[in-house]
Design a protein around this ligand. Structure first.
Ligand code: F0G
Length: 495
């Protein structure tokens, strides 16, 4: 019998329910089997703040962040050896230029010998934000920067420069029954009103793709288009916070019928035609452990409106980071980034990556645990208001903090409260807490790092704590509740 005839008899590979991972383990690291007793002791000593808990002692999954925690590919590890650590114009800089141009568009990385530089490398995302907003902050007083959802460091950098950071979350994000696939959109009606009333106070707008603070939800191409048109109508520039640009593009391919037959690379290119620049932490969709960038579109609204800003950024970069051709990155990290940017836009990679998040989410939904659905591309968010709905927990009892502490101490998995404590504030004068619109615990999944078994073990542990939710004690902050960015610094005790 001919081989091709056999192919007709048996079910096709694609029809099987379980797909193998699109990669194999290149090297592994064994964990030390720390006991529950030891973990609990250390947790108490670290003030029950999960950021202060030694990563080495995490016996389960470290969901604290998907940032800088990527397992690199063998090509990335190999590329480290090709790093050029020259103080000026290292080899990797030119490769990065080519790769950025290829992915985002030529207009985002000028040839510094021919045009004014418009591409700036920094050591991570927040240093780009610091540079940009410290310069924007000098443009006037009472300024407002609207977004679909500013990330916490973005918001903090904006506020540090006396600018208001305004989140215009979509209506669907707040509707638990909505099955809309792009809950990360900006509320366009609110933006319209804001522009009508206050456009003179708005130096620029931001769209975070995907919307990390807004449940990690993707933003639709339609929304990008509408927000861009509105901003441009008032001659105002729009930027992406582009940390998870390729994950966002995957959702557009999957759920927008106009883009079903387009490649990820085509969708990314199209998305970036609508913006005038972007900041990015390459620690996410750069697949590297360190790196960031600030890119201003040649001839875009930003460059035309603020022609002086590029020079100011270079000055700041030289003062605080390094020569513009390496910014804050080492030559070897730049090489790994060039390689990471090639992988991150591959459909095979993205399919696996985002389906892993989806499978974890489904496992939690099947166990009856209240999560934000449909999930975004990098994390699953537990809705803590619903989690504790039938208990006597009040918002000021910070159930999310207690839950993350117990999950870490008892079962060895580290998640992060991004809700009533992280985004709430305490007013020392009135002695009152104010709480945010959303109250999540986030399970961010590092790229290429964990297997299904790890995630299922975490889901089972979460279920146990859900079953015992009435026994989860309340916590009080014994240090730092009045501080800014308090979740990084505070210490807690069970009541
Ligand atoms: N913007 C977004 C949307 C982010 O998610 C982050 C980081 C940053 C900016 C800042 O980048 O860390 O390189 O300075 N997010 C990480 C997280 C820390 O866990 O979500 P950075």
């Amino acid at each position: 019998m001919a081989v091709k005839d056999l192919n007709k008899i048996f079910p096709k590979e694609d029809s099987l329910l379980t797909k193998p991972r699109p990669y194999v383990n290149h090297s592994v690291e064994f964990k030390h089997p720390y006991s529950v007793k030891k973990r609990m002791e250390v947790l108490e000593k670290s003030g029950m703040n999960v950021f202060n808990f030694p990563a080495e002692m995490i016996t389960g999954v470290d969901f604290l962040s998907d940032s800088g925690t990527t397992t690199m590919t063998n090509k990335q590890w190999a590329s480290l050896h090709l790093g050029d650590e020259s103080y000026g114009s290292n080899k990797g800089y030119f490769q990065l230029k080519k790769q950025v141009q290829k992915i985002f568009g030529k207009e985002f990385f000028n040839d510094p010998n021919k045009q004014k530089p418009n591409a700036f490398i920094f050591h991570q995302g927040r240093s780009c934000e610091n540079a940009l907003f410290s310069i924007i902050g000098r443009l006037g007083t009472g300024l407002i920067i609207p977004s679909n959802g500013h990330f916490d460091t973005t918001e903090a950098n904006i506020m540090a420069n006396k600018i208001q950071a305004l989140n215009l979350f979509s209506k669907q994000l707040k509707d638990p029954l909505s099955n809309y696939h792009f809950k990360g959109d900006m509320d366009v009606d609110k933006l319209k009103d804001l522009l009508k009333k206050s456009h003179k106070k708005i130096p620029m707008g931001f769209l975070t793709i995907t919307n990390n603070t807004g449940g990690g939800q993707p933003v639709s191409m339609n929304n990008v288009q509408q927000v861009s048109a509105l901003m441009h109508k008032y001659d105002l520039p729009l930027f992406f916070d582009a940390c998870r640009f390729s994950e966002n593009a995957w959702f557009i391919k999957k759920y927008d019928k106009n883009y079903r037959n387009k490649s990820i690379k085509e969708i990314v290119k199209k998305m970036f035609t609508y913006v005038d620049g972007f900041t990015i932490s390459f620690k996410k969709d750069g697949l590297v452990n360190m790196g960031g960038g600030l890119f201003i579109k040649e001839d875009g609204y930003f460059q035309k409106k603020y022609p002086q800003i590029a020079d100011q950024i270079i000055n700041l970069q030289i003062l605080t980071e390094g020569h513009p051709t390496y910014g804050g990155m080492s030559g070897r990290d730049i090489m790994a980034l060039v390689e990471g940017l090639k992988t991150v836009v591959e459909l095979q990679y993205l399919d696996y990556r985002i389906n892993q998040v989806k499978t974890f989410c489904k496992s939690l939904v099947d166990k009856g645990i209240p999560v934000l659905t449909p999930p975004g591309g990098h994390a699953v968010y537990l809705d803590m208001n619903k989690f504790f709905e039938d208990t006597d927990k009040k918002p000021g009892d910070f159930g999310g903090i207690a839950f993350t502490a117990l999950l870490l101490g008892l079962y060895g998995h580290r998640a992060c409260e991004l809700g009533n404590f992280a985004f709430g504030t305490y007013n020392s004068k009135t002695k009152k807490e104010t709480f945010p619109e959303v109250n999540f615990v986030r399970f961010a999944i590092p790229r290429l790092r964990y297997e299904q078994q790890d995630l299922e073990a975490a889901a089972e542990s979460i279920k146990v704590l859900y079953d015992y939710r009435k026994q989860i004690p309340s916590v009080k902050a014994i240090y730092g509740k009045e501080l800014s960015l308090r979740h990084f610094k505070a210490k807690f005790k069970f009541k």
